[in-house]
Design a protein around this ligand. Structure first.
Ligand code: UD1
Ligand code: CA
Length: 448
């Protein structure tokens, strides 16, 4: 028994005032339509079909190849027409869940409730509804005297009495594929907007004596459709709150949730404390017993356990257990710190590996370097890795001690346990167990 989800996402979303299609706009680190497709998957959908049209390339690029299928709706002739375009992709499946791409707050449990009700009532179609204070703009659920489904009437087609109905169509449905396939063939566009309304499928099914169910839920957030950037920011706030609560329930201390921004897919271990002003993005992972922040910005990085990071920026970096970072460190892509590494204030590390126990405590730039274990890099040390054309590597073997303010002109290798004198500009390789000094002898001249 296959359940597929069809996500309608062909519209432009004029009120976003954007060159991008609406559903590509990001909340909590992910495009709206990605949130919806993930919710569908988590609710048990075996297959996701996204109906694209406006800006279809931008939508298609969001998904790694093969993870979802796409149906193209060249012209946006209505929600019913959009579903028609996807029908050959779901043919042979049993149940299709129809969702919209602009409802990033939708949770798997709400979809599950819809599917459960649909299945247990053996309906041909089930629509998810809710009661709202102000139903303006929504399709209204019209019930008969017994309270059963009768029709959905759009705002523009509604009379006075219908406009007073506060039970609205969420735009989310579960439908039997064979039933909806035959009903769609009877769909017309004889309404105020001249569109093929998906809602009319339910009326057609009902007229054919098929069972149409309404599941009313008290989940207004879940069905909240985003139309403009003010609503986008509201959704952001709600998703952030949910994520922070999730993490706190899993044992993470968040000192000030209001100033902490953690993307949906971030994983953090128990007994880690997140201090105020911290942003953690992308697929970042942070181990347990860490202290992160205040004022730290981490993107797509992996961080071990018992790590301390304050006032720092990390981007595509890997940090081993028991490292200390910051304040004011900058770890750029390809920075790899093994266990117990210290990267201190105003140190920038790019595409470099620092072995266990090594230290760069102050004011350094380390780029394209292989640093062994137990290396001490003195304050002000710079790897001169760029000659204007190419990038070159610096190799510091185990136990090296780099004196303060050393320039390491790459390519260069310093052998194990060697030392460089403070202020040296090292341009040639240094063997193991050697002291390399490169600086003019000091002259002390009498003042005149
Ligand atoms: C629709 C429902 C309405 C419901 C509301 C909930 C219909 C006729 N009406 O109205 O009852 O209360 O959603 O938000 O279905 N789309 C396409 N192709 C199209 C038209 C729309 O892909 O040709 C997509 C849009 O991108 C959007 C979704 O379908 O993601 C809903 O379309 P929209 O135009 O917003 O429908 P509403 O008029 O709001
Ligand atoms: Ca809408």
């Amino acid at each position: 028994m296959t359940i597929s989800a069809v996500i309608l996402a062909a519209g432009k979303g004029v009120r976003m005032k954007s060159q991008l299609p609406k559903v590509v706009h990001r909340v909590a680190g992910k495009a709206m339509v990605e949130h919806v497709s993930q919710a569908a998957r988590s609710a048990g959908a075996d297959k996701v079909v996204v109906v694209v049209g406006h800006g279809r390339n931008a939508v298609e690029e969001l998904f790694p190849a093969g993870t979802v299928e796409f149906a193209v709706q060249e012209e946006q002739l209505g929600t019913g027409h959009a579903l028609m375009q996807a029908m050959d992709k779901v043919q042979g499946d049993q149940t299709v869940v129809v969702l919209a791409g602009d409802t990033p707050l939708l949770r798997p449990n709400t979809i599950k409730a819809l599917l459960d009700h649909h299945r247990s009532s053996q309906a041909a179609a089930t629509v998810l509804s809710t009661q709202v204070e102000n139903p303006y703009g929504y399709g209204r659920i019209i019930r008969d005297q017994q309270g059963a489904f009768q029709a959905i009437v759009e705002e523009k087609d509604a009379g006075e009495k219908e406009k007073r109905v506060r039970e609205i169509n969420s735009g989310m449905y579960a439908m039997e594929v064979n039933e909806v396939a035959s009903a769609l063939t009877g769909l017309g566009n004889n309404n105020q907007q001249g569109e093929y309304y998906l809602t009319e499928v339910l009326t057609i099914l009902k007229a054919n004596n098929k069972r149409v169910e309404v599941l009313q839920v008290d989940a207004q957030e879940d069905i909240y459709g985003i139309n403009d950037r003010v609503q986008l920011a509201q959704a952001e706030t709600i998703l952030r709150q949910r994520k922070n609560i999730d993490l706190m329930e899993q044992g993470v201390t968040i000192v000030d949730p209001g100033s902490t921004f953690i993307d949906t897919d971030v994983i953090i271990g128990a007994d880690t404390t997140i201090y105020p002003g911290t942003i953690i993005e992308g697929l970042s992972r942070i181990g347990s017993h860490c202290q992160v922040g205040p004022y730290t910005h981490i993107t797509s990085s992996t961080i071990g356990a018992q790590v301390v990071i304050e006032h720092s920026r990390l981007k595509e970096a890997q940090v081993g257990d028991e490292c200390t970072i910051g304040p004011y460190a900058y770890l750029r892509p390809g920075a790899v710190l093994h266990r117990k590494v210290k990267v201190g204030d105003f140190v920038e590390i790019k595409k470099s590996v620092l072995g266990e126990g090594s230290k760069a405590p102050h004011l350094s730039y380390i780029g394209d370097a292989q640093v062994g274990k137990g290396v001490n890099i003195g304050a002000g040390t710079i790897t001169c890795n760029y000659d204007g054309k190419n990038k070159w590597e610096t190799i510091l073997e185990d136990g090296v001690f780099i004196g303060s303010n050393t320039n390491l002109v790459a390519p260069v290798r310093i052998g194990a346990n060697s030392v460089t004198g403070a202020g040296s500009t090292i341009t040639r390789d240094v063997a193991a167990d050697t002291l390399a000094v490169e600086r003019a002898q000091q002259k002390n001249l009498k003042k005149r």
